[in-house]
Design a protein around this ligand. Structure first.
Ligand code: NAD
Length: 512
């Protein structure tokens, strides 16, 4: 079937109707959504005004006041039901992710699996929001920490993980006792409507089981940057978790700081891998290919810079060139395709600008050209492998497209310095069988990124670990480990169960 013969709008309509989303939510509005697969319009959504956004925030605040009274393990039960709804809806939501973002089928489904995984994690967490008991210097006293919910948590998400990022934040925020309000990317609001419908199904079952879930516990804002800014500036939103470009974070971070609100910033990456002399080159080839070309180079953790030791350069790079020349680019809904389309025309233009810059800086390019799939408005490209004489020009920036810059090195410390020499600090990896190199890479003098892997590419994180990066990546952490603490406030409590009042540090203050 050619792209022109695909009726993606009908496909979308059926998926949303099956999930119970009324047609009025995605037709007749002002926000046009197109599928990158063919460039065809697949929805036209009514947008929220600034006034409607403020009303939704007030309603979410009311929901928070009730929800914080529900015991955490009971809150966990709602997330358990959400996990069940996601399991039941996995095929439909996964397909919608593929249609709206252009991910290949296994990646669309994988994104929903990630949502299920974080729900499972959050259910367990709902019985583990532990605080410490701390030794006190005063007799007949007890000191402890308790963790309380914050309020309304704003979630701003990017187009490339249109639903998983919401779930990393919302599953934790909700078991922690917060209400959430979500502004998805204006490029991907349809998957957000579908996710919201699944959440509402879970709420219905939770209430039918006897649970208490206030209205507006999790709400959706449809619109662009202006609506996001209303969320960022609203005094009843104590935390905004914002995922997107560093340019967005530069605006959002200071605005939140201005009103002393908290932020979790998950911004751009410029991720590297080092291939050492002892690397297993078969494993390296597969690791590099997935990390650099998967999701058409549109992951925040996509591998963009590869430093190859000169002793293995001539063994690895020709094999990479071959893989780049032969990887299947095309309709992501067809089996066998590994690289789907870029999100839009602007992404294609950015890629070409970066390649022009690389050429001007002395790079030799394999691939990078547009693949004609019969649709003028869909942008398929052959991933580009660019051999560079040094780390300069576009190599220092994130271009959200499948471009891998390859640079030869001869000394391990030089490669480590190159890894750390960019402003971004999200993910990184090393391919080696040398223990000293591997351990140095993950040590204090090693990679300066939030994620540092050995013999695995920089992309494809699991939900169990805290996810995020340093420097211009924003410093936020989401998902596993103790990232939940970011969604709660800590209260330190000292309790005197004696009949005297000893003061700390031996201070005397006796009054008659
Ligand atoms: P983007 O910055 O264009 O948009 C992201 C979101 O921010 C959208 O919802 C957008 O409407 C909103 N936004 C933009 N300006 C805003 C403002 N001033 N106030 C409030 N909201 C605003 O990013 P994108 O093109 O959708 O996504 C790609 C980028 O996201 C890449 O840089 C990628 O590395 C990054 N990303 C980072 C992570 C991470 O976890 N670190 C994950 C996914 C994507």
């Amino acid at each position: 079937m050619t792209l022109a013969q695909l009726d993606l709008a009908a496909d979308v309509k059926k998926i949303l109707a099956d999930l119970g989303v009324s047609e009025a939510r995605f037709t007749g509005g002002t926000l046009s959504v197109t599928s990158p697969i063919s460039g065809a319009e697949i929805g036209r959504l009514p947008e929220d005004s600034a006034a409607a956004t403020a009303e939704k925030i007030e309603a979410a605040h009311k929901a928070f006041l009730e929800w914080r009274q529900v015991p955490a393990p009971k809150r966990g039960e709602l997330i358990r039901l959400l996990g069940e709804e996601l399991r039941a809806g996995k095929a439909a939501l996964g397909r919608l992710v593929s249609i709206e973002v252009g991910k290949i089928t296994s990646e669309g489904l994988g994104e929903v699996q990630e949502m299920i995984d974080i729900c499972d994690f959050a259910v367990g967490l709902s019985r583990q929001l532990y605080g410490l008991t701390i030794a006190t210097e005063r007799s007949e006293h007890r000191m402890m920490e308790t963790w309380h919910p914050l309020g309304v948590v704003g979630i701003i998400s990017a187009f490339n993980f249109p639903v998983a990022v919401w779930s990393w934040n919302a599953a934790l925020a909700l078991v922690c006792g917060n209400a959430t309000i979500w502004k998805p990317s204006e490029k991907t609001p349809l998957t957000a409507l579908a996710t919201q419908a699944l959440f509402e199904r879970a709420v219905k079952r939770f209430v039918a089981e006897g649970g208490t879930a206030p209205a507006n516990l999790s709400t959706l804002l449809i619109g662009g940057r202006a609506i996001g800014e209303v969320l960022v500036d609203h005094p009843k939103v104590p935390l905004v978790s914002a995922t997107g470009s560093t340019a967005m974070g530069r605006v959002v971070g200071p605005r939140l700081a201005q009103r002393f609100a908290r932020s979790i910033l998950e911004l751009g990456g410029n991720n590297a891998a080092i291939v050492c002399p002892t690397a297993d080159l078969d494993l390296t080839l597969r690791g590099v290919a997935f990390a650099a070309m998967g999701t058409a180079g549109q992951r925040c953790t996509t591998l963009r810079r590869l430093f190859v030791h000169d002793s293995v350069y001539d063994q690895l790079v020709p094999r990479l060139r071959k893989a780049y020349g032969s990887v299947a680019v095309g309709n992501p809904l067809e089996s066998g395709t590994l690289v789907g389309p870029l999100i839009d025309k602007a992404a294609f233009a950015n890629m070409q600008t970066a390649l022009d810059g690389a050429k001007a800086a002395g790079g030799t390019i394999t691939g990078g050209d547009r693949v004609d799939n019969g649709s003028e408005n869909a942008f398929y490209v052959r991933p580009a492998l660019v051999e560079m004489p040094s780390q300069s020009g576009p190599v220092e920036h994130e271009t959200f497209a499948p471009i891998l810059y390859v640079i030869k090195y001869s000394d391990f410390n030089e490669a480590l310095a190159l890894n750390n020499a960019v402003p971004q600090g999200l993910s990184s990896s090393i391919f080696t069988n040398n223990m000293q190199e591997a351990e140095t890479f993950v040590s204090a003098r090693g990679s300066d990124c939030g994620i540092a892997n050995v013999n695995i590419g920089p992309s494809g994180a699991e939900i169990g670990g805290a996810f995020g990066g340093e420097k211009e990546t924003g410093g936020g952490r989401e998902s596993g480990s103790d990232a939940w603490k970011g969604y709660m406030r800590r209260s330190t409590n000292t309790i005197n169960y004696g009949k005297t009042l000893p003061l700390a540090q031996g201070v005397k203050f006796d009054v008659e």
